[in-house]
Design a protein around this ligand. Structure first.
Ligand SMILES: [Zn+2]
Length: 391
């Protein structure tokens, strides 16, 4: 009995891991059955059987033909957009948004949760849960198609325990076991990540990271955060805090940071720091967007400010690249507004500063996920686990 039980679970496991293998190839671009056999080393017959199962289950569908030089054009396979969904809950200092996204990374619906009515975390979680319920009702998607709920919040968070720890200026959410509280309302898996790591997860699966195995996503807005992907996996470090590029020092004699270190990148290059600096020189500017728009019209102080920001960010980037030797840096956050001028300066500085950059130029780009990146990245947390076979 035990032998047949164990062989059944082994073959289940094999079938599931082969299904996952095919899903992970198809999600990058539509391919034919023959191509799947070639890439995976599975036999054509095995691929045909697995693909039939995936089509029957509504996960894959047959789409247009590939260009073939001669003969019959093979049918391509793609993911069914309505095959799976994930819910994203994005909690920020400004409020909370919830949304539902399909497996292709398309956000179907998004709404803001009004948290003004309560400051108690349990009450806020109840209100968010109600919004998620209403959302599910509105889109009328069967529960079995929903893989889970991804939550993101300002760091630091304990992703393993599912707790928000003690992010600065976020006292109402400090030390909240949000996953545990949220799980009371739903049968779906609930997972938590900090904002920057979830943005890196979204970029890896649905943005520019789809072509990159080693990159740093750098978020520059009210602070500076990062998510680092190494060999296609999020790098967390020993204790889960291995992405704090904003707290690497660019001046060891500099100003004392609230983290205890001196001259942290964030002290100079966060958007509030940049605005404070430009206003100390006689401007009255309130946003990075304004700086960029004025610089594009030729304002010399704004141009200098962008150049200065490029110098600061480059220092952080070069420090990180000299240790990790990544393929790319993807910039996002408020800094992503019309980023051409900034990116050109950063590339210029970084390419001159690294040991190997003259030969092997680091890719420095802005994120392709701009609108609704908070909710998209929260939902991506779930799909990332699904693609890894962990949900
Ligand atoms: Zn610091």
């Amino acid at each position: 009995m035990s032998r047949s039980y164990s062989s059944a679970t082994n073959s289940d496991h094999m079938r599931n891991s082969n299904r996952l293998l095919l899903i992970n190839i198809v999600r990058r671009k539509p391919v034919s059955r023959a191509e799947l056999a070639r890439i995976t080393g599975l036999t054509r017959a095995a691929v045909t059987i697995i693909v039939s199962g995936l089509i029957k289950d509504g996960v894959l569908f047959e789409t247009g033909s590939a260009d073939a030089d001669f003969g019959r054009k093979p049918v391509l396979l793609d993911l069914v957009p309505s095959g799976y969904y994930a819910i994203g809950v994005s909690i920020t200092r400004e409020g909370c948004n919830v949304g539902i996204m399909n497996i292709k990374g398309v956000l179907l619906h998004k709404s803001a949760v009004d948290l003004e009515r309560t400051a108690d975390p349990i009450g806020m979680i109840r209100m968010i849960a109600e919004s998620v319920r209403m959302l599910l009702k509105k889109v009328s998607i069967p529960n079995e198609r929903v893989l889970g709920i991804g939550v993101n919040a300002p760091g630091p968070v304990d992703a393993v325990r599912g707790s928000i720890l003690n992010p600065p200026n976020f006292s109402q959410w400090n030390n909240v076991d949000i996953v545990k509280e949220f799980s009371e309302y739903f049968d779906f898996p609930v997972l938590l990540e900090n904002n920057s790591i979830s943005l890196a997860i979204a970029e890896k699966n649905y943005g520019r990271g789809a072509e990159l195995r080693n990159f740093m996503l750098m978020v520059v807005d009210s602070g500076i955060g990062a998510g680092i992907v190494i060999n296609d996996k999020i790098y967390r470090g020993a204790y889960g805090f291995g992405n704090e590029v904003g707290h690497t020092s660019i001046d060891f004699r500099g100003e004392l940071c609230q983290c205890g270190n001196r001259g942290c990148l964030e002290i100079y290059a966060s958007i509030p720091a940049v605005i404070k600096d430009i206003n100390s020189r006689g401007s009255s500017i309130t946003t990075w967007k304004e700086i960029v728009d004025r610089a594009l019209k030729g304002d010399s102080i704004c141009k200098e400010t962008i150049e200065q920001e490029a110098v600061y960010l480059s220092a952080g980037i070069v420090n990180t690249m000299n240790i990790l030797d990544l393929e790319a840096v993807v910039l996002t956050g408020d800094i992503g507004y019309k980023p051409k001028m900034l990116l050109e300066s950063v590339r210029d500085i970084v390419w001159r500063s690294g040991i190997t950059r003259k030969i092997n130029k680091l890719i420095i780009v802005s994120s392709s996920i701009n609108e609704d990146s908070g909710v998209i990245s929260a939902a991506s947390i779930i799909f990332e686990r699904f693609f890894r076979g962990e949900i």
